[in-house]
Design a protein around this ligand. Structure first.
Ligand code: FES
Length: 99
């Protein structure tokens, strides 16, 4: 076993759980939202941000659900149309953590 320091300062876990026929973040478009945010995070200016395609976060009726660490906050009821606002909030949080 060995330990290694992580390089990310801000991590977000986006629920991509698919529960066919029932309420789920996947059915609300979480795959597309995750793909977009992962691509954006690869941009050098977002260095320190890690975007993770995650499982159910227990907020199914309020999805798309995104868990943010180390803030320990959820972004709930996220939609693809919110992408600009989500990116802005993440960038501000990342800048705060860098300073
Ligand atoms: S299906 Fe997304 S929080 Fe449960």
């Amino acid at each position: 076993m060995k330990n290694e320091k992580m390089h990310s300062k801000l991590e977000i876990y986006i629920c991509n759980y698919d529960r066919p026929g029932e309420d789920s973040c996947y059915a609300k478009g979480s795959k597309e939202l995750t793909d977009d945010l992962k691509k954006w995070a690869k941009d050098e200016s977002q260095k320190g941000l890690k975007v993770v395609r995650g499982g159910c976060l227990g907020k199914c009726s309020e999805g798309i659900a995104i868990a943010c660490y180390p803030k320990k906050e959820f972004i709930l009821e996220a939609k693809k149309e919110d992408i600009v606002e989500i990116k802005k909030g993440l960038k501000e949080a990342l800048d705060q953590l860098k300073s």
